[in-house]
Design a protein around this ligand. Structure first.
Ligand SMILES: Cc1cc2nc3c(=O)[nH]c(=O)nc-3n(C[C@H](O)[C@H](O)[C@H](O)COP(=O)(O)OP(=O)(O)OC[C@H]3O[C@@H](n4cnc5c(N)ncnc54)[C@H](O)[C@@H]3O)c2cc1C
Length: 456
């Protein structure tokens, strides 16, 4: 006989545990099934470990730049085992916190193992059968391993394996030129590795505006990272002195000691038995959901990376909020209410909200744009961190802000003042007429918005 619960949550990522908290608080019994580590990607292999490493890399960078600030530091060395230990402690602490929260949650049962549908209401975990009226999928995703010649014959790293390194590679070759790739590129360069980024497309971060991509490339190259773009036929071969990566036919191979594959993510939906439940997926394996995250089967929902509506911790957590609001609060929150926002955690970071200037152009609407280089931001000058620029695009008719790219010191924080005004659907004057604190990076946003010109 199957064990019965009011709800089953598959995956203890960013949406599952908080949903278990709300459901159990409402008196329901909930099984949370996790096949690996509680906390999922963010806590164990994503945001938290990488931002911990970014912080260590920043410390090394600042120490090397001590002379710029009149500070002598002597030789700077990186103890990668200690860097890793710090990362493991912070990430492990978060995971343990979540585990003990779930363990103490009355009505919740954490079941370890791989879950697979037997029928629309039943999941199998090893030899246990679990049954519920409502099922919530929070199964996340994993790194794409592309079909590239020679890749199967070499040892390569993904975002999971690279976190286990306790030595600095001699030469790290990174395949991919987007967010995850670039964060690892800069941090390992700062740890002391030679780093080459190999990107298939014509530029880094192809989803950003060209000026943003160019500035990111400048920032990375200034630190000695080699960027190879237009690598449209990447192949690999073992060599005695390392791994040869050939970016395109006829090109000189790049010989690295380590290769990191960071070319995108794929949802963990292929081994879930979704067919047995009748849950539809799209051509890339993402679970098809509606605006309130219901799947094609009325009693099954999908939250987080597996539904393709976002690829971030904040989108997964927001999915939980939407599901909980609809089911428990009689509040019809929807995915389409949220504004795209994310950060790229190179240093300085890129904070993004809404549309890029390019997307605005393509939409055909009349728009205004304001930009400021960080060299004109007093606080950035005082901090000695003047790389990057800010750009905000405004609808010429409604005066609402359409999007922003803040590439510069504090950009990941500053972008929120724009995001909040966008969410409130206020005109840009809500910022341009607000007095901000001096000296901050944020104080330049009103100034920038007082000086808008037509977007060409
Ligand atoms: C290197 C890296 C850096 C990142 N940095 C950031 C960042 O700075 N900011 C940000 O917002 N996002 C970042 N992300 C993305 C972020 O980590 C993910 O968007 C987020 O973790 C997705 O959460 P989720 O809830 O969808 O699923 P996940 O956190 O992936 O959790 C899914 C869980 O489901 C489990 N599972 C899967 N299938 C089954 C099954 N059949 N049975 C049982 N359990 C199963 C998995 O083991 C996993 O624990 C980063 C990602 C990576 C890889």
């Amino acid at each position: 006989m199957p064990e019965r619960f009011d709800a089953i949550i598959v995956g203890a990522g960013q949406a599952g545990p908080p949903l278990a908290g709300r459901l159990t608080a409402a008196g329901q019994t909930v099984a949370v099934i996790e096949r690996k580590l509680v906390g999922g990607t963010c806590v164990n292999y994503g945001c938290i470990p990488t931002k911990t490493l970014v912080a260590s890399a920043h410390a090394a960078h600042l120490a090397r730049r001590g002379g710029d600030f009149g500070i002598g530091t002597g030789d700077v060395s990186v103890d990668m085992a200690a860097v890793k230990a710090r990362k493991d402690k912070i990430s492990g602490g978060d995971r343990e916190g979540l585990e003990s929260w779930l363990a103490g949650m009355e009505g919740a049962t954490l079941i370890r193992g791989h879950a697979r549908f037997e029928d629309p209401h039943t999941l199998r975990v090893d030899d246990r059968l679990l049954e519920a009226d409502r099922i919530f999928l929070n199964v996340g995703g994993r790194a794409v391993v592309p079909d590239m010649p020679g890749l199967a014959d070499i040892d390569y790293l993904t975002n999971v394996g690279i976190l286990d390194l306790d030595v600095v590679p001699d030469h790290l070759v990174i395949i991919g030129g987007s967010y995850i790739a670039l964060e690892f590129a800069q941090m390992y360069r700062r740890f002391g590795a030679q780093v080459t980024v190999v990107e298939k497309g014509p530029r880094l971060t192809g989803r950003e505006d060209e000026d943003v991509s160019a500035a990111i490339k400048d920032i990375l190259e200034a630190e000695g990272i080699t960027v190879v773009v237009g690598a449209d036929a990447i192949s690999f071969a073992k060599r005695e002195n390392g791994i040869a990566v050939t970016p395109r036919e006829g090109a000189e191979p790049i010989v690295g000691s380590h290769v990191l594959i960071a070319v995108g993510r794929t949802p963990n939906t292929d081994d879930l038995g979704l067919d047995a439940a009748g849950v539809e997926t799209d051509s890339r394996g993402y679970v098809v959901v509606d605006d309130q995250l219901r799947t094609s089967v009325p009693h099954i929902w999908a939250m987080g990376d597996c539904n393709g509506k976002g690829a971030f911790t904040h989108t997964s957590y927001n999915d939980f909020e939407i599901v909980a609001a609809n089911l428990l609060d009689d509040d019809p929150r929807r995915v389409s209410d949220r504004i795209t926002t994310y950060a790229l955690y190179i240093d300085p970071p890129l904070g993004r909200a809404g549309m890029t200037a390019d997307e605005v152009r393509k939409s055909g609407r009349k728009a205004l744009v304001g930009t400021r280089p960080m060299t004109r931001v007093g606080r950035a000058v005082e901090k000695g961190e003047t790389q990057g620029f800010m750009k905000v695009v405004v609808d010429a008719e409604t005066k609402e802000i359409l999007g922003a790219s803040i590439l510069g010191v504090g950009g990941d924080e500053v972008v929120h003042l724009i995001l909040d005004v966008m969410t409130a659907k206020l005109p840009y004057t809500a910022i341009s007429r607000t007095m901000h604190i001096h000296p901050t990076v944020s104080e330049l946003v009103p100034t920038l918005l007082q000086d808008l010109t037509p977007l060409s």
